[in-house]
Write a protein of this length. Sequence first.
Length: 879
Amino acid sequence: MSDPKPTYLSDYRPPAHRVTHAELSFDLDPAATRVKARLHVERHPEREAAEPLVLDGEQLTLEAIAIDGQPLGEDEYAVDEHGLTVHRVPERFQLDTEVTIAPQENTALEGLYQSNGMYCTQCEAEGFRRITFYPDRPDVMATFSTTVIGDVEREPVLLANGNPVERGTLPGGRHFVTWEDPFPKPCYLFALVAGDLEKVEDRFTTASGREVTLQIWVEEENLDKTDHAMASLKRAMRWDEETYGREYDLDLFMIVAVNDFNMGAMENKGLNIFNSAAVLTHPHTATDAAFQRVEGIVAHEYFHNWSGNRVTCRDWFQLSLKEGFTVFRDQCFSADTNSAPVKRIQDVAFFRTAQFAEDAGPTAHPVRPDHYIEISNFYTLTIYEKGAEIVRMLRNLVGWEAFRSGSDRYFERFDGQAVTIEDFVDCMAEASGQDLSQFLRWYSQAGTPEIDAHGEYDYAECEYRLTLRQRTPATPDQPEKLPLHIPIRMGLVGTKSGEDLTLTLEGEQLGRDTVIHLREEEQTFVFSDVAEAPVPSLARGFSAPVKLRFPYGREDLAFLLANDSDGFNRWDAGQRLALLALDDLIAAHRNGVEKVMDPRVVEAFRSLLAQADTTDDKAVLAEMLTLPSEAYIAEQQPLVDVDAIHAARTFVKQSLALALRDDFLAVYEANRSDAPYAPEPEQIGARSLKNVALAYLVAIEDDAGIEHAQQQFAADHNMTDVRHALTLLTHSSRDDLSDPALRAFGEKWAHDPLVMDQWFSIQVTRPQSDALERVRFLMDHPAFSLKNPNRVRALVGAFAGQNRVNFHRPDGQGYQLLADVVIELNRLNPEIAARLITPLTRWQRFDEGRQELMKRELERIRAEELSPNVYEVVEKALA
Ligand code: 0A1
Ligand code: ZN
């Protein structure tokens, strides 16, 4: 199976042959689907006449082949495990092939496969080669005409990209539909769906008056779970018109919900295919977070219609061209529709935990990698989220107006083309007149830049001198790093006034909030006319994806938490303050010394709680009252001690709860509501504030808290509240609280896989020492299947990724369990197997004993016959 040859960006060459039009026909059958393809092919004008035609193809059985109607003799072509070569072809011709494939045996979920009996496809990045012989690369763009033939009873619905142009019945209980997509597209955007589906339909009128039919296709029992996705879609369509001037371009836009899907969703032209978890919602089955995630993903896929489909990537090294830009677009959309500060806080909290860890580990890679073995391993936080941070920096560097005009230029100039990251950045440089050449290094240099900052206030001169020094640590293949252009948004907060001071830099007045540009390894910025001693507020809004260290004292942080005009940095000051306290407690735990709670943290929380009645953004307050996660705390430690981190964090939570018990209780009680559920910012804010308070109360097993949790569970008002209460009960040390609630929930929702996923996750993330045994036990549960990625993520992924104390059990059983599952999945679904290994790849961060145990499991995996996906990750992890 393993074929470890890397592909290099520097080897890129335009295709020797282009396909201008593809006519496909699928005669569906679970064991032997016949795929006929007629490709209209022409040679690239600059390529030699003697060049053979080379097409990609994997796991295909070739039944027939002809050029311009003439069947080829056996010596005229060759087929191997990677594809088809026709030795001599004319300059322009039609190639006809017929192949058979077996969708029912496809457990990798790439190409054409079956999910719950329905047929569906996943072609990004290189799945189309499992459907037919084709130049499977994004810079070959063709128009497609697709005929789908299925059984009238089993597959009443037959869908593909574009518009339906013909349908009819055939002998033997079969029928067909032909679809035409007028927009040239790369084959990774091809899609086909067939099955017994029902639809919900709506309409949208575009800004220029085009009438678009919107359809969401689901299994019948899910018809009541589509409202939110449909409303989100319409909001996203309007937003893209208003914000980017982008309209939808076909008469029909379809979304299909599929149970077995490797990722969140896929932007196939006119026919988006979604993981059911990323589209279905109902107040009784989905939490607020799930509602928000669905809104974001629906928008993300829709936005790809321009950033990805109309203008696509030249090659897969440019993946962040479409993903970074589209994530940035969906983040801004969600910020506009919900609480903007909370959206930013949540995105950054996740980014600093997960992307920073990726950037510091053995699989670190640049936002534009220069080589890969298996491209599906590169759908990473670096490509997506760091890519989005780079686009955000660009927007902030050039300003919104130039950014928008650069975006217009980009879409106009490159419509219908497959382009590069430079093409995008060039448009921004042209629109703004700025030199972005140093900025481009962000795309080629891996690793998280670290900035050490310090400042001095000169009372006599009324000057504040801020010195910033940047350094990017070495990453695999990149020992040396160059200085980056890093925009730092900042203010100086006067310690007397509590207000942002006017900033004067080298004689220039810059207002009270400005961006300074760090371009050298070290730079000192001298602010003059600083009337009082300030505390600097740096990298406001997380203005660059860096680790910024400043020697803040705890008083400084408490001061910023109370006074910073930037909401994001107020939150961050609170996190930094908590981290300082946690550091002491982690040390105390390790040294066996009694733990003492820092009163400054208690006082900071007391003042936060006092704002609960008056704040106009309860969701932000809820974030401020949330301690940094164990994973984020671990990120700050030189060597991760999972038990000390867990003990310290639990101690802080319990100390805060003991000291502020009445305040938490009051906040909980003031924020309950019987109003009918709506996934709207105000309700969501109140729910999150209430639920944060409840978590503190249950952490000390407060009687009133436990009773509230039980009532909240029993009241069954909405899934946000039910799930939160169930989690608190299950994660408490009291089995008398957790067992009955888990049983009731499991019985009630046995029929709903997406709810059972939540039931799995809640149990296997409990800190109690039986979590690992529960994972093993639940893997035999009838609702569990290794073949379904959502189940695997909910059970095994949640355990390994979120239950730090139990996954890292000193006896190594957590690692063993994960390796067992990876080994099995390596055969079934290599893409999911490769992703699941991630926690094991971080072995360098732990003590020697654990390092050995983790490496032993990686080596056990390496001894198997591996898919390229798993091979690449394991090799990097052990390199
Ligand atoms: N382009 C999709 C992500 C995606 C990538 C690969 C997939 O299957 C292997 C599926 C989806 C997006 O960004 O949403
Ligand atoms: Zn995407």
